[in-house]
Design a protein around this ligand. Sequence first.
Ligand code: 5GP
Length: 114
Amino acid sequence: MIEDLFIKIISREIPATILYEDEELIAFEDIAPHAPCHFLVVPKKQIKTINEINENEAYLIGLMIFRAKEIVSKKGYANSGYRLVMNCNEDAGQTVGHIHLHVLAGRKLSWPPG
Ligand code: 5GP
């Protein structure tokens, strides 16, 4: 797994197309989109994988989903549909060591995933 690249986006060390930011979260366009709409919602707190989330941090997941819904709705995909994905560790394809929620929309998404 790559180290925590997203902390460099949060600190503006590397650029990104930022869609939303507040004290706890940031959302930005994925650099290699898998759908016409593909962005990431990321907590600013450094949590490496879903396995590391403790009970006090669990509210962040709700905030991430709420913010994803707000942004994807603003982009116009609320009715056509969208998918929320969080990958955990190697078999799921997690490549960045900082938890993040993928938001995908704008085309028919296959199910089940490959
Ligand atoms: P994972 O595979 O860990 O679930 O998802 C990591 C995502 O981060 C991938 O979809 C990948 O395209 C995206 N990504 C990796 N590096 C960068 C970057 O430097 N900037 C942005 N905006 N996205 C990135």
